[in-house]
Ligand binder design. Structure first.
Ligand code: MG
Length: 382
């Protein structure tokens, strides 16, 4: 089935790969959005001729408007532009590839528009998962995960007629570039070292999250929300080869897994075409050239970010929004060379101690938790 898609965050890694899938598979592009990447937005708009192009940055939008003056592509800026791209009537599917809690409001706008959400913004479910999933049920909006692990679980659940038959979800983790290292060895880690992921090419924020293992913690919470699973029925296993993308164990002990090369085009494409499968640009997996597949226990004590995320998963309420907000602020500081690698978990833990978590939060409580968590991080480094 051909879809008409709006891509929120078209200049990022997932956004660019979504356009590759759209080109190869013949999906229409209704809207693209960038933060301030004018050159790339112009190139994408000329190639895919969307109805709408958004640059969130006002200045960038003014430049983009001049550059696209001959094309008939409408250019908007700011949060308003993002919300318009998310709810554009022409689009039947919205790919949410914005990084961070910034993706929350546009995702809700897309849900209210009854769109299919190809969800590549895990922070939205980490911060406001219960609220977002309830809204999607109410509006009849499908949420199909793009995150490779959650797509793998989603694929393994096809044909499962009764969710009560699922015993456990098993999420695989590559372990990142520093797996097996001690805290002493992690102390001097630099930005450049942390940005080198062994298996996946991704944006800066998620690559740092993969190095701290916060990414796996966020994915654990994402899985709880997407599949309405309690934490005791989700397991993380380190799988260095990134070939098994995740697994589902059923009540009879059978385990189904999804395997593939480390290529995000496949989960992106499946989120667009589900329940159908079509040929596409993803690199096929050659089993005969695979290394032996290994599975090991994660170490949430050394990789404290993972430990903190698992504690928040248990605790619920706004604690997951505090975790996420503090992590976003700390990772940004690390990427600016203002703090060390082990300061990331230290600052997140401090924010979790300082900011009080609330039960059954409304949207306003979640945004307040996010704001307070960031403030606690900035206060600590000042
Ligand atoms: Mg993932």
């Amino acid at each position: 089935m051909k879809r008409t898609i709006s891509i929120l965050g078209s200049s990022g890694s997932i956004g660019r790969q979504t356009l590759k899938v759209a080109e190869v598979c013949g999906h229409e592009v209704a809207a693209i959005t960038v933060n301030k990447s004018v050159d790339l937005a112009e190139e994408q708009a000329r190639k895919f001729r969307p109805k709408l192009a958004v640059a969130v940055d006002e200045n960038a939008a003014n430049h983009l408007r001049l550059r696209l003056a001959d094309t008939g592509v409408k250019v908007l800026s700011g949060q308003g532009g993002l919300l318009e791209a998310a709810s554009l009537p022409e689009a039947d599917t919205v790919v949410t590839a914005i990084v961070g809690v910034a993706g929350l409001r546009p995702t809700l706008a897309a849900i209210d528009g009854g769109k299919r959400i190809a969800l590549a913004n895990k922070e939205t479910l980490v911060c406001a998962g219960e609220l977002v999933m309830a809204r999607a049920r109410e509006k009849g909006a499908e949420i199909i995960p793009v995150d490779s692990e959650h797509s793998a679980i989603f694929q393994c659940l096809q044909g499962c007629r009764n969710r009560g038959e699922v015993r456990r979800l098993i999420i695989t983790a590559s372990g990142g570039p520093f797996y097996g290292k001690s805290r002493e060895e992690l102390f001097p880690v630099t930005r450049e070292q942390a940005l080198k992921h062994p298996n996946w090419a991704m944006g800066a924020k998620i690559t740092i999250d993969s190095a701290t293992l916060m990414n796996k913690g966020l994915e654990f919470i994402e899985a709880m929300r997407l599949y309405a699973m309690p934490p005791e029925r989700i397991q993380i296993v380190v799988h260095r080869e990134s070939i098994v993308h995740s697994l589902v164990e059923f009540e009879d002990g059978a385990i189904l897994a999804q395997l593939g090369s480390a290529d995000m085009c496949l989960p992106i494409q499946y989120a667009l075409t589900w329940p159908e499968r079509t040929s596409g640009p993803a690199k096929p997996l050659d089993l005969l050239s695979c290394p032996p597949l290994t599975f090991q226990k994660p170490d949430p004590d050394t990789f404290r970010c993972l430990g903190l995320a698992l504690e928040c998963a248990e605790h619920g309420g706004t604690s997951t929004a505090i975790l996420n907000g503090a992590n976003e602020a700390a990772v940004a500081l690390f990427l600016e060379d203002k703090i060390g690698f082990l300061d990331i978990p230290r600052l997140v833990e401090r924010a979790l101690e300082r900011v009080v978590s609330r039960e059954n939060p409304a949207l306003a409580d979640i945004f307040e938790a996010d704001r307070a968590a960031r403030a606690a991080v900035y206060e600590a480094v000042r």
